[in-house]
Write a protein that binds this ligand. Structure first.
Ligand code: SAH
Length: 290
């Protein structure tokens, strides 16, 4: 704004920071994926990822918290120290950073954190994404099934923002082992809430299922998942595991046969493309220690 007096500009820079987040590091994968590490004003790390696909789609993965308190055993964010909820501005500033580099058309709340533990700020940010060119239909909020937030989402959110649920196991014992939150909010209750969403909003729920070799990827596991779901309400996204700790990812044939089992039960299922692995930007790898 060169039309403003210099002194005023200097004051504005001081008094009205351009962004609530400071960029600490930037990495680019050889598949075009970009990861940025930001820092809040008091130093909490926040990571975001931009995925660029060959068909031109540009999808942004946003963080809702610095760290995460939920300790899912396969997730790198779950093993770092929890910082705090991010404000709506801190979430939007992640998106604005990438928007300044070019167009973006999709956003997923699948970065660090559990969005429904930070319901108000997440929704406030999501409601403003259309100003950046990301429509609600191209915005997805992903949850472990945190019931208080899920219930509010079903009852109160009348814009067509999409819902994704991380399931990862149909068997309650196994799911509790992978996701301790399952003891607090059993899957049956969570799925009932999702079905209420489908009935009320007439949109399917995406189901995320991370494929862990020898843990949750057998034909019996696929049949158990099929028994829980139905193809009118749910669409499954199988996620190849990005090794970050004690598990190994399922083989391609195991993932394919899992998908085929779901297919036979008429439950639509796709396998997620893995992007940004070489820069630790892939699903579940966001955990800055800097
Ligand atoms: N807390 C929300 C939002 C985070 S989304 C949720 O769990 O849904 C992150 C998604 O990536 C979740 O489905 C999570 O289970 C998955 N994920 C976590 N660690 C992963 C890993 N190492 N490899 C692949 N997917 C992973």
């Amino acid at each position: 704004m060169t039309t403003l007096p210099k002194a005023l500009r200097a004051n504005l820079i001081e008094a009205v920071p351009f962004s609530t987040l400071e960029v600490v590091a930037h990495r680019e994968s050889n598949d075009g994926t970009m990861k940025v590490l930001f820092r809040t004003h008091e130093g909490h790390p926040v990571e975001s990822v931009l995925m660029r696909y060959r068909d031109g789609r540009r999808s942004l993965c946003l963080s809702s918290q610095s760290g995460c308190p939920l300790t899912c055993t396969f997730c790198a964010t779950g093993s770092m120290r929890f910082g705090r909820n991010l404000t709506a501005f801190e979430i939007l500033d992640q998106a604005l950073h990438f928007r300044r580099l070019g167009q973006i058309d999709h956003a997923v709340y699948m970065g660090m954190g559990e969005p429904f533990l930070n319901f108000d700020e997440v929704l406030e940010s999501a409601r403003r994404l259309p100003d950046l060119g990301i429509t609600h239909r191209r915005t997805t909020i992903s949850t472990v099934g945190w019931m208080p937030g899920l219930t509010r989402f079903v009852d109160d959110v009348d814009v067509p923002i999409r819902l994704a649920l991380s399931i990862h196991a149909a068997d309650p014992r196994l799911r509790s082992e992978l996701m301790p939150v399952n003891d607090r909010y059993p899957l049956a209750d969570v799925l009932a809430e999702c079905r209420r969403y489908v009935a009320l909003r007439r949109r399917k729920v995406f189901v995320e299922y991370v494929m862990l070799a020898g843990v949750n990827d057998s034909p019996a596991d696929a049949r158990a998942l099929s028994a829980l779901l139905d193809g009118r309400s749910f669409k499954v996204n199988l996620i190849p595991y990005n090794p970050t700790g004690k598990y190994e990812g399922s083989s391609r044939p195991a993932i394919e046969s899992f998908r085929a089992t779901l297919d036979r039960a008429r439950i639509p299922a796709t396998v997620r493309l893995t992007r940004g692995r070489d820069i630790e930007a892939a699903c579940g790898q966001l955990a800055s220690t800097r």
